[in-house]
Write a protein that binds this ligand. Sequence first.
Ligand SMILES: Cc1ncc(COP(=O)(O)O)c(C=O)c1O
Length: 373
Amino acid sequence: MIVSRPDNPTRGSILGRFYFKDSTDLTISRKAEDDLLRFRIMNPLLTPFSRQALATLPTPICSLPAIGTNLYMKQDNLSDSVYGGNKIRKLEFLLGEAMAEGRKSVITYGAAGSNHALATAVCCRTLGLHAISILAPQQTSDHVRKNILMQYAAGADLHLCPDYTHFPACTKQLVKHHLAIDGIKPYIIPAGGTNPTGALGFVNAAFELAEQMRPDVIYLPMGTGGTFAGLLVGLKLAGLQTRIEAIRVVDPAFRNAGHIKKLCNDLCAKLSIAPLIYDSDITIRDEFFGEGYGTPTAEGRDAVEWFKTKEKVQLENTYTGKTAAALLHDLYSHPHEDQTVLYWNTLNSQDFSNEISGIDFLDLPPAFHSYFE
Ligand SMILES: Cc1ncc(COP(=O)(O)O)c(C=O)c1O
C-alpha cells in the first residue's frame, strides 16, 4: 500500500501491492464516471443497488508514527473535494436510489449545524436535486454557524423546528407542498443517513479496506450507527477478523447494541444474505461519552490537541475527538505493538470558507439569525 503522512499527503511509498489515490487525485473527471463506478463497486453483492458516484475512492490510508507504531488512519476526511467525511459514502447509495426513483427533492434531518444535513445539501447540489433540511436547535459555535451558511450556499431550504418532536409534522407539511408543485414526493433520508440503504456505503468501504490493509482493530465514532453497522457486515463479508471499537457519542437510549444488531440484520436482508452479526461482534465503548451528545470532554479536547500537534490532523470535540481519546487511552494504557490499529477519520477536512465568505446571515430564514447575533 502507499502510506502517506497527513501533512504531506502527496508523497507516499509503496509497501504492498495496492495503490492508493492521494490527495492530488481528488478532482476526478466526471467523464470517466462509468468506469469509475464499475471500479468502485467492490463486490457483486452491491451491484443490484443504484448508486451515484460522489466520493473520491478509495480514500487513502496514512500512518500516524508520532502517535503510535502500527497505527494508521483511514482518511475519509478526504472523501470529497468540496465536503468530505463519512456521510458521502452513505449518500452515494441514498441519492442513487432517489435518482433512480425519479425524485426531484430530498428531505433530511439533523441539528442546526448537522454535518449530515450539510453533506446532503452539497451532494444534492452536485446531482441537481433540491435539498430540504429540517433542523433542531443546537448550541451555537463557529462550526454550527459555518455549517448553516454552507447548507444555505449549497441551495438547501432550511427549516428550524422548536425540537425533534416537530420533525414529523414539518415533514408532512413539506411533502404536501412538494406534491402540490410537481406531484413528486421528496425522497426522505433519516438523520445521519442511517438505514440499510445508507449503510451499504460502509459495506463497500469494508471491501475497499480489505484491498488496502487488514487491521486488527478499528476505532470509529458511533452516532446514528450506520457507519458502524455497515462496516461490521462488510468486514465479515470481506473475510476480515478485524474488531471494531465503536465509541459512543450519542445517548444510549438513542442508539445501543440492540439498534445496531437490528440495523445489521436489516442490512443483511437487503443484501439477501442470512444475518451474520452476533452480539459478541458489537463492542460499544461508553467511557468517553461524557455528559452528552455535543458536550466536549476533557480527554476529548486533549486528544484533539494531541492529534493536531503530533500529526497535524484536525479533529473536533463531538465525534472524532472522543474517538481519538479512546484510542489514545488504549494505546498508552495497554500498548499493543503487535496489533495493527486503524483510526477511521470520519470528519470532513475540506475548507469551504470561500463559498460562505460573501453570505450575509440576514439572508437566511429569520429563525436562524440568533445563531449569528
Ligand atoms: C464527523 C462525524 N463522525 C461520525 C459520525 C457518526 O456516524 P454514524 O451516524 O454513521 O454513526 C458523524 C455523524 O453525523 C459525523 O458527523
